[in-house]
Design a protein around this ligand. Sequence first.
Ligand SMILES: Nc1ncnc2c1ncn2[C@@H]1O[C@H](COP(=O)(O)OP(=O)(O)OP(=O)(O)O)[C@@H](O)[C@H]1O
Ligand SMILES: [Mg+2]
Length: 228
Amino acid sequence: MVAQTLFVTGTDTEVGKTRVACALLRGLVAAGERAVGYKPVASGCDKTPQGLRNEDALALMAAGSPGFTYDQINPYAFEPAIAPHIAAADVGVMIDIERLDGAHEMLAQQADWVVVEGAGGWHVPLAGTLDFATWASDHRWPVVLVVGMRLGCVNHALLSARAIAARTRLLGWVANTLPPVQPRLDDNLACLDTAMPAPHCARVRLDPPAGLAIDPRPWLAAPASVSG
Ligand SMILES: Nc1ncnc2c1ncn2[C@@H]1O[C@H](COP(=O)(O)OP(=O)(O)OP(=O)(O)O)[C@@H](O)[C@H]1O
Ligand SMILES: [Mg+2]
């Protein structure tokens, strides 16, 4: 079994990547697929008797198919809630791309789908000159861009979408309604619908049901988006 991987990024930190990634996992599981989340690098982890634990990775683990360990889903865990490459350097760790790839490969061999959640946005550094953008693009993973609907989102969404589409396949974008709901939400959505160089795949409303499930399989069947 070798999985299809989806890479979930966002217009910023705290825009709903985990919410959307979990909904994608639930959608795939509900469709009978074996799907696993992957949070390769997490900062902002809690100390527990089992080791460092990150709430994103735990949420992905709960939303995906059973049978995977925490360490498989989150190989790099750091305590401070700061940029991952800085958190790693503070504890003398160099994030190793072979370890990131090896952990992905293990998951991909045991699932139909791997849903990867990056950290922050598209160009967040990993180590040295390596960033999430390079890592995801080198694998040619299709990307889902989560747009956190708040003031400034149109600019962030267009910059992110163009940077992604220049390097790999931007499957589409998901509008995620953040609290407090921005004034003129519908006008901002209409603006993005016109300007974004990729399909508007889904809209997540404020406080969606805990079990929200989104099936991404039809998105992959659509023709590849153009860069622009
Ligand atoms: N549609 C929504 N309705 C209500 N609250 C939301 C919604 N989407 C996200 N939130 C809240 O916004 C916060 C950020 O969401 P989430 O953790 O999914 O973002 P993220 O992009 O994964 O963040 P990070 O960069 O830390 O990984 C959380 O407290 C979450 O509960
Ligand atoms: Mg997250």
